[in-house]
Design a protein around this ligand. Structure first.
Ligand SMILES: NC(=O)c1ccc[n+]([C@@H]2O[C@H](COP(=O)([O-])OP(=O)(O)OC[C@H]3O[C@@H](n4cnc5c(N)ncnc54)[C@H](OP(=O)(O)O)[C@@H]3O)[C@@H](O)[C@H]2O)c1
Length: 310
């Protein structure tokens, strides 16, 4: 099968498309024929290993100290069940599935095997029927992150919620979920994304490249930093200061991503009911993986970037 191999940390050029042996599922595993994967910000960290000290230490312990322990990287997938292990129960060949493999990686390939039940090595569930495989990779990654971190805000109807970084994979989905929960949503992004964030349902938008302060008298009940601590601005700091006394500030970088197939089912329902619409910026072929990494690494993708595999 074709797979993208990453044998050392470095620039996008370390990624090489190669022929490798197709994996077979163990008794408790399923083999997924991958139709699409995504280039996420997490993939950029894994490939480049460019992280500040001391975060780099636990990160490298997890994914490989001197080189990636798993040479096939990638952590999001959408595809179909190709074959199943003897002791599996949830899926049959031909089922359309999507999910994440976490630090087990392996999705930059035509086939990937994983446990059918949730573990630190991934979660798999039935894919939403009304979107493409490429779009499904957006809602898997952005949806899992957005739900997990919005939940920490315990949002109530009518509350004022500030989504910082509303134009990324997670931000675009967080805006839509917060609206569904009945919040009054303000999305922060740059000029070229203001219209898109409004269309996703934000009641108000603010441009972090032009505005440094929150309007006088405005306070928020919850602020989600949906792009992580490395991306900041004067407006982000002002947003934190504009929180009400009992309000919470949550960064998407605090805590670990929880892989959960129940959550994937919940996301499927939201997508099929039309409450979440994926935002797909660009789509590349597996052969164009280097170009896709170069693009995502610039840090300005709108929604997500997918890779069509088979
Ligand atoms: N806790 C965990 O386990 C875990 C797991 C995975 C990921 N994460 C975190 O989640 C983050 C989110 O990833 P993502 O893929 O959803 O985001 P993303 O799509 O990479 O975010 C890209 C967006 O960020 C915006 N942006 C760039 N600089 C900005 C700034 N200074 N202020 C505001 N917005 C800015 C860009 O918009 P403009 O072009 O308009 O600037 C672009 O639309 C990751 O970077 C990582 O830190 C956490």
């Amino acid at each position: 099968m074709k797979a993208v191999i990453c044998k050392k940390y470095g620039s996008p050029e370390v990624l090489k498309l190669m022929e490798v042996e197709k994996p077979s599922p163990k008794d408790n595993e399923v083999c997924v024929k991958i139709h699409a994967t995504a280039v996420t910000n997490s993939d950029i960290f894994i490939r480049s290993s460019k992280l500040p000290f001391p975060i780099i230490i636990p990160f490298r312990l997890m994914i490989g100290f001197f080189k990636p322990r798993k040479s096939i990287i990638g952590l999001v997938f959408s595809g179909e069940i190709e074959s199943i292990g003897e002791n599996t129960k949830r899926f049959k060949p031909g089922d359309k599935v999507y999910g994440l493999t976490g630090f087990n990686l392996g999705t930059y390939a035509e086939y990937m095997c994983m446990k059918e039940n949730d573990s630190k090595k991934g979660s798999i569930s039935f894919k939403p029927d009304n979107i493409s495989h490429e779009e499904a990779t957006m809602v898997a990654y952005g949806g899992i992150l957005a739900f997990q971190y919005l939940e920490k805000g315990k949002i109530e109807k009518g509350q004022k919620v500030l989504i910082y970084g509303a134009s990324g994979t997670t931000g675009t989905i967080a805006v839509q979920i917060a609206k569904q929960l009945g919040a009054e949503v303000t999305g922060v992004c740059s000029t070229s994304n203001l219209e898109m964030v409004k269309k996703l349902g934000a009641d108000f938008v603010m441009d972090y490249t032009k505005q440094n302060e929150i309007p006088e008298g405005v306070n928020y009940d919850f602020m989600l930093d949906a792009v992580g601590k490395a991306k900041t601005s004067k407006l982000k700091k002002a947003g934190k200061k504009a929180l009400s006394p009992k309000a919470k500030y949550i960064s998407i970088d605090d805590g670990d991503l929880k892989l959960d197939s129940e959550r994937l089912n919940e996301i499927k329902e939201y997508v099929e009911s039309g409450y979440i619409k994926p935002v797909l910026d660009k789509c590349y072929k597996l052969e164009e993986i280097v170009e896709a990494h170069r693009y995502v690494e610039k840090g300005h993708k709108k929604g997500g970037v997918a890779i069509t595999v088979i």
